[in-house]
Design a protein around this ligand. Structure first.
Ligand code: NDP
Length: 244
């Protein structure tokens, strides 16, 4: 229960990696609020699972790509929790296209959620974020290495890591620690381990398998907890060695 008494907000906590992070932080003792885009049933299931395990959780609809919606969701979450100690920006989208078929829309959708949504959300959270708090951004190893037909997504995730480094310096005087977790391929709706793409990917992962959502949640738990008290402005790749 290393996070007993802490209050955590996880964006995109209804499914996949975000749901696993919410469940893990709650299991560590934190009260948790999640946001979701449209999948209320999945958000309710995440909340119910946390409550069944004896934890406290809230869910709020907030489209990260829409600044007013994102701000409203963050405000609701902060009010329900009574402040924020741990902010995890996990909500993200990925689309496959190459420079020959990219469009303004594919660019705007991915930057809108993955970068602008995270920036708007952090600004909205700042008045509620306590000194000594943690901000953990979910980037991707795509931010530092290229995969086919994902250059826009890669650019968004490089921006995520850059924002974290900047915020780490800007917020150090308040002892707010800011880090980026960069997953490799993780089995979720976004990147199912049984797809044709996955079969190609597994060939370049030294550990020879996709990661599990719990393996990302464990790293977030560490960065949110007392043992990470001297870690800020860094990136942690969790990828079975894919970026080594
Ligand atoms: P999923 O597609 O499985 O889940 C995405 C989550 O984000 C859902 O909770 C979804 O909500 C939410 N979300 C999507 N769009 C928005 C939006 N506009 N506003 C608010 N919430 C939104 O994705 P993963 O769990 O796989 O990915 C989570 C994060 O991890 C992302 O940032 C992704 O880029 C990153 N990542 C994933 C990897 C992987 O291999 N899976 C690898 C590297 C990084 P709803 O349920 O309502 O749709």
């Amino acid at each position: 229960m290393s996070l007993q008494g802490k209050k955590a907000l996880v964006t995109g906590g209804s499914r996949g990696i975000g749901s696993a992070i919410a469940r893990r932080l709650a299991a560590d003792g934190a009260a948790v609020a999640i946001t979701y885009a449209g999948n209320k049933a999945a958000a309710d299931e995440t909340v119910a699972a946390i409550e069944r395990a004896g934890g406290t959780a809230f869910a709020f609809q907030a489209d990260a790509s829409q600044p007013d919606s994102q701000r409203a969701g963050i405000e609701q979450a902060a009010a329900a929790l009574g402040g924020i100690d741990i902010l995890v920006h996990n909500a993200g989208v990925a689309e496959f296209s190459t420079i020959t078929d990219d469009t303004d829309e594919t660019y705007d959708r991915q930057f809108g959620v993955n970068v602008k949504g995270l920036h708007v959300g952090t600004r909205a959270a700042m008045p509620h974020l306590r000194d000594g708090g943690r901000i953990i951004l979910i980037g991707s190893i795509s931010g530092e290495m290229a995969f086919p037909a994902t250059s826009i997504y890669s650019a968004t995730k490089a921006a995520v890591a850059a924002l974290a480094r900047g915020w780490a310096k800007d917020l150090a005087s308040r002892n707010i620690l800011v880090n980026t977790v960069q997953p490799g391929p993780i089995d979720t709706d976004m990147n199912p381990a049984d797809s044709e793409f996955a079969q190609q990917m597994i060939g370049v992962i030294p550990l020879g398998r996709y990661g599990r959502v719990e393996e990302i949640a464990g790293a977030v738990s560490f960065l949110a907890g007392p043992d990470a008290s001297y870690i800020t402005g860094t990136t942690l790749n969790i990828d079975g060695g894919a970026s080594a």
